[in-house]
Unconditional design. Structure first.
Lengths: 263, 375
């Protein structure tokens, strides 16, 4: 037994001959933010889908609250409390904040067979929850399309938390955002973790990950290059690991060589 | 951390007045996709009030006349709007009208079924056709435009071929005598509030026939169905969980799926809705005319979609209103009948219909851009 909330042990995933993931291990405690770093093609998407229950791992095990579990569908993952916020956020811009917040899980009222969507209650909860993040939704019936990218991200995260997420998997939450918006979202992620959630933050932006993460896992070509506590690794080291530092060093040498010959 | 301090400093930026003001203005437009259609309907009434105010268009008889036409179109336009909000099209509505008509007429006339049974038969066929359309679109992922276009031809062709095969002709008359004492037919064939018109007639407030009975005998069944459907669908869209699922399915299929909306089931149910609405339309018309015609309903699907678009539905789904489609149908119905009361050649009606739709689409598109633009 351990004090880990969730453990992904030696997860591997193959698509035919392609090894998408090999022996990836991640462990998270409550209140911890683990940043999963990796360049394009590192296997981040496959890993996310495995965490979310879309893919079944071909090898390895997932242990949640000390029990081994198997996901058959995304719903299974959601039911035990692993919520994934994808890059597209699953928000409909034309629908109101409230209708988005409760999409698929609308509160009902009224007699059986004539149950209606309890919009008053939903409006109240949505406004309250958004208020807690510092987003003043004066009118929760305003369309999500009028919100900024950061606000939408916060809405999607806040929705996942409201519906009982214990482990939050965030797919590139800051990639489409400016510096200011990104910082708002990151702040909210830290706040969410401090309330006892475990957060897996997937990103390729070390500058966003480093300030908020407690530990860092670097993924390269489907393999984990290891997990490091923050105190054990510097931002620069992470950056060079992620970008395949050796390759860049080699490139630099080659370029120097070329310059020398041509001059 | 530098990032953190930055975010604290900028927290106040979120509460800027400038932003909230902009939202509250937009909100007015947003909450009312039917606004344009309502305005259009009012304009149409004002126009005919001025041009044709003294011609009898706005007598009880005249009003019922254009309301009847509007209501017939409205029944299918509302269903088409629901489906469009759910992100799909149904081009087979018109063919379904013809098909449903002969589904009632042939069993009743040639097979000796009681009328109520043939009506139930027609509605069962509608559910099947709608389900088939829906499952095909959901399972194959093909655009509903193509799938239902195929169904447009299949249904119309089958209607013609089967009718000629069974009856040797393309029309099936002789239904009128069966309506009396039928336990179901009256729902589609009875004028309502007759006493009001009798009373108005006796007070000499409305025009009378030579025998003293009022010219307008009662509210036609189409109008009652139209109003009932408009109320029901608006309630569904605004007040129920299923309504939220319709918006979500049309707005972002994948997103809705990811948060647990049964998108497939929602879409299939909406396809069943358009087929059933086409059958309501057909039943009312067949019982009113006393005969079924294989060509009935031709091009009605396009009128229904036009009315839905004028009513504020986006062609891309996720946005619109049932009551807007109802206003759209009223605009078309009123103009198509009203044009007879003016000096304008009725040929111009289609020009109007097209122009109206074009304006509506441009207007809707503008709103959509406004809404989806993020700042």
């Amino acid at each position: 037994m351990s004090d880990y909330l969730v453990q992904f042990n030696n997860i591997s995933k193959f698509f035919g001959k392609v090894i998408a993931l090999k022996d990836v291990t991640m462990k998270l405690r409550k209140g911890e933010i683990m940043c999963l770093l990796g360049d394009n093609g590192a296997g981040k998407s496959t890993l996310i889908k495995t965490l979310a229950g879309v893919h079944k791992p071909d090898e390895g095990e997932i242990i949640f609250e000390g029990k081994k579990i198997v996901f058959d569908s995304p719903k299974d993952a959601l039911d035990i409390g692993i919520a994934t916020v994808y890059q597209d956020l699953a928000l409909v811009p034309l629908m109101s904040v409230t209708r988005n917040f409760f999409m698929g899980r609308e509160p009902l009222k009224g007699p059986p067979f004539l149950k209606t969507f309890d919009i008053e209650k939903a409006n109240k909860i949505a406004a309250e929850r958004m208020g807690q993040i510092g987003i003043d939704v004066r009118d929760p019936s305003q369309a999500v399309g009028t919100m900024s990218g950061g606000e939408r991200q916060c809405l999607a995260i806040s929705r996942a938390i409201y519906f009982g997420a214990k482990v939050l998997v965030l797919d590139e939450p800051t990639s489409a955002l400016g510096v200011h918006q990104a910082s708002v979202v990151l702040k909210y992620i830290v706040k969410a973790a401090s309330q006892g959630l475990a957060v897996i933050l997937i990103t390729h932006n070390v500058h966003h990950a480093y300030p908020v993460g407690n530990s860092f896992t670097v993924l390269n070509r489907g393999k984990s290059l290891g997990t490091y506590e923050k105190k054990d690794i510097s931002r620069e080291k992470l950056l060079s690991m992620m970008a395949g530092g050796e390759e860049l060093d080699k490139l630099e040498v080659e370029l120097k060589e070329m310059n020398r010959i041509s001059s | 951390m530098s990032t953190k301090s930055k975010s604290i400093k900028s927290k106040t930026d979120f509460n800027q007045d400038e932003r909230l003001k902009k939202v509250s203005n937009l909100k007015v437009l947003l909450n009312r996709p039917e606004l344009g259609a309502l305005g259009g309907a009012i304009l149409v009434f004002i126009f005919f009030g001025i041009v044709a105010g003294d011609t009898g268009m706005f007598s009880a008889y005249g009003i019922l006349n254009f309301l009847d036409v509007s209501a017939n179109l409205g029944i299918i336009a509302i269903a088409a709007a629901m489906l469009m909000i759910g992100g799909e099209f149904d081009l087979s509505i018109g063919s379904m009208i013809g098909f449903a008509g002969i589904c009632i007429a042939i069993p009743a006339i040639y097979w000796g079924w009681p009328l109520w049974m043939s009506i139930i038969f027609a509605f069962s066929m509608a559910v099947l056709v709608g389900y088939f359309n829906g499952i095909l679109v959901v399972r194959t992922g093909l655009p509903s435009f193509i799938v239902t276009l195929a169904m447009l031809f299949i249904l119309r062709g089958a209607t013609l071929a089967l009718t000629r095969l069974i009856t040797g002709r393309t029309q099936v008359p002789g239904l009128r005598v069966l309506i009396e004492n039928d336990p179901i037919a009256w729902i589609f064939a009875t004028d309502s509030f007759k006493w009001v018109f009798t009373w108005l007639g006796s007070m000499n407030l409305i025009a009378l026939r030579t025998d003293g009975t009022p010219l307008a005998t009662g509210i036609p069944p189409s109008v009652i169905w139209f109003i009932a459907l408009a109320i029901l669908t608006t309630w569904i869209l605004m007040k129920t969980r299923y309504g939220n699922w319709i918006f979500a399915s049309g707005g972002d299929k994948n997103g809705a799926n990811n948060v647990g909306v049964p998108v497939g089931r929602v879409k299939i149910s909406l396809f069943i809705g358009t087929a059933v609405a086409a059958t309501i339309f057909a039943t009312i018309q067949v019982l009113d005319a006393g005969s079924a015609d294989t060509m009935r309903g031709t091009l009605k699907e396009l009128e229904a979609i036009a009315a839905a678009v004028v009513g504020g539905c986006l062609l891309t789904g996720g946005y619109g209103s049932a009551i807007g489609a109802a206003f759209g149908a009223i605009i078309f119905g009123t103009v198509s009948m009203g044009i007879f009361y003016t000096d304008v050649d009725t040929d111009w009606f289609k020009v109007f219909l097209g122009a109206m739709m074009l304006i509506a689409v441009i207007f809707n598109n503008y709103i959509r851009r406004k809404v989806t633009e993020s700042k």
